[in-house]
Design a protein around this ligand. Structure first.
Ligand SMILES: *Cc1c(COP(=O)(O)O)cnc(C)c1O
Length: 377
């Protein structure tokens, strides 16, 4: 097999993870690494330290734990480990990922209430206040930060303010936003933040992580409903044995992630990366409007991470054909996930820059076969 078969990207992924990574991140995986000696464990420890540093300035209060599997495994490990047997979880759900937290909690037999909020409307914070006011059994509140279903950025500052007024534990699925949106989890009073390797840090898939508030997490011994997803046990092992994973760790993915973290630093940190994503989103959304595509969310709810668009109003539009034509031109977009609407999504995260978005817009214009005015390419 030719080496180029591995390294030439046939297309740019405009999806919210796995996403397009740099060649140097991919190249970090080209060796086989052992897991039991200091070289490797020091890398794990460095990753843990860097993650805390990206999440907050109050580094002494927090610790990072890595967990094998895709992002959902990390969500499940947090929910299953931090809720005590007599705990009750309130989930604010306004998309697929919020509903997934509900499914996880119910499957684990956790007492759960759902605050359903529409997929395309702003959250009703009064309902949250009422729930917490009237149900003192609720011990934990969970929310998704960027609801990747629609691209909505939920107002976690306001939610946190209410959750902490009622003194509850606050869990945030920041899977698709951490590293791409500036935040300080200590000032946001977040007790548990969850994300994964293959989103805004721009690594490859294979593990997720939680950034935990230490004094809260110390209370969670023996809570876990699963051995492999026991986040507390994983934490203690990493803490006490210098970065050791309990079970086989995804070594290549970890190496790639260490490289991705270095590249984030070289880029200028989260602030600069966030402005790159924001700019991508702006160029995309203005360009799409010119091509008669409407975003489903009003600007004030829209995240810089991913944008959902309505299908154009034409009977000739066919998403599969549209998708295939863009793929042939080197761009992979993402189907929609909003239950009641016909939409598709375009992500801005990954090694994606303004020129890529401009290239995509040109490809979309050339692929707009449903518009008679446009030449059928
Ligand atoms: C990507 C993502 C997840 C995790 O999905 P996996 O497919 O398990 O990696 C969870 N929540 C949100 C908001 C996400 O964007």
């Amino acid at each position: 097999m030719n080496k180029n078969d591995f390294t030439n990207n046939p297309y740019l992924l405009l999806t919210p993870g796995p996403l397009t990574t740099t060649d140097t991140v991919k190249l970090a995986m080209m060796k086989d690494w052992c897991t039991w000696d200091d070289d490797y464990n020091n890398i794990v420890q460095d990753i843990r330290k860097r993650l805390v540093g990206l999440a907050t300035e109050s580094i002494d209060q927090y610790s990072a734990v890595l967990m094998q599997g895709s992002g959902t495994f990390s969500v499940e490990s947090v929910i299953g480990t931090v809720l005590p047997r007599d705990g009750k979880l309130l989930v604010i759900a306004n998309g697929v990922y919020g509903s997934r937290i509900v499914k996880i909690a119910k499957t684990l037999g956790i007492n759960t209430v759902v605050l359903e909020s529409g997929e395309v409307e702003a959250l009703d914070l009064n309902r949250l206040t009422n729930e917490l006011e009237n149900d003192s059994k609720i011990s934990h509140v969970a929310i998704v930060h960027c609801e990747t279903t629609t691209g909505m950025l939920n107002p976690i500052e306001k939610v946190s303010e209410i959750v902490k007024r009622y003194n509850r534990v606050f869990i945030v699925d920041a899977m698709s936003s951490f590293g791409g949106v500036e935040m300080d989890i200590a000032s946001l009073n977040i007790d548990y933040l969850i994300s994964s390797a293959n989103k805004c840090i721009e690594g490859v898939p294979g593990f997720g992580f939680a950034i935990v508030k230490k004094d809260e997490f110390e209370k969670c011994k023996n809570n876990a409903r699963s051995v492999s997803l026991d986040l507390y046990d994983q934490w203690k092992t990493m803490e006490e044995q210098n970065g050791k994973w309990r079970f086989t760790s995804p070594t290549h993915v970890v190496r790639a992630f260490a490289q991705a973290l270095k590249e984030l630093e070289v880029e200028g940190g989260i602030k600069i990366r966030a402005s790159r994503y924001k700019n991508n989103q702006m160029v995309l959304s203005e360009g799409m409007k010119k091509l008669q595509f409407e975003p489903i969310l009003p600007g004030e709810l829209q995240s810089p991470i991913i944008t959902s668009f309505y299908y154009p109003e034409s009977e000739k539009f066919n998403f599969k054909v549209f998708y295939q034509r863009l793929k042939e031109k080197g761009f992979v977009i993402y189907p929609g996930k909003v239950s009641a609407l016909d939409t598709f999504r375009i992500g801005n995260i990954g090694n994606v820059h303004q020129k890529d978005i401009e290239g995509l817009l040109q490809a979309i214009e050339q692929s707009s076969f449903w518009l008679d005015a446009v030449s059928k390419n």
